[in-house]
Design a protein. Structure first.
Length: 127
């Protein structure tokens, strides 16, 4: 992908790494720092296949834009997690054990730019 008409080619991974370099980690007090965010940040890193998949195109798993624990039941916490305004060469739904990842195209209305969104649905053991 060429940037700014300057003939500078950046990979999807490099573009996303640049985006994530300015974001705070989920457990950081500047992001939220609540108990559920800290829990998610710790537990999600144990899903090595998921982490490697997202890192392969520059996504820092611990720097989600939104983390929402929407249900606790039977010793599990259910999370909905979003990463927005990313670059991707793939779209689709992927499963990594107890985590479903959806990568989809979206239009950034404010900027009028095409971009991608990643949504994660995760069921994590509360113990």
């Amino acid at each position: 992908m060429f940037i700014g008409g300057l003939g500078i080619e950046m990979t999807v991974q490099a573009q996303n790494q640049k985006i994530f370099s300015t974001k705070y980690s989920v457990g950081d007090k500047n992001h939220c720092g609540c108990e559920n965010c800290l829990f998610y940040a710790e537990k999600i890193m144990k899903n090595i296949k998921l982490v490697k998949f997202l890192q392969s195109f520059g996504v820092d798993v611990q720097k989600a834009d939104e983390v929402w624990c929407y249900k606790e039941e039977g010793g599990y916490k259910y999370f909905s997690v979003d990463y927005v305004n990313l670059y991707s060469e793939i779209e689709g739904t992927y499963t990594f054990d107890n985590v479903i990842v959806k990568i989809d195209f979206m239009l950034d209305v404010a900027e009028g730019q095409p971009t991608h969104w990643i949504g994660i649905e995760a069921v994590l053991n509360a113990n």
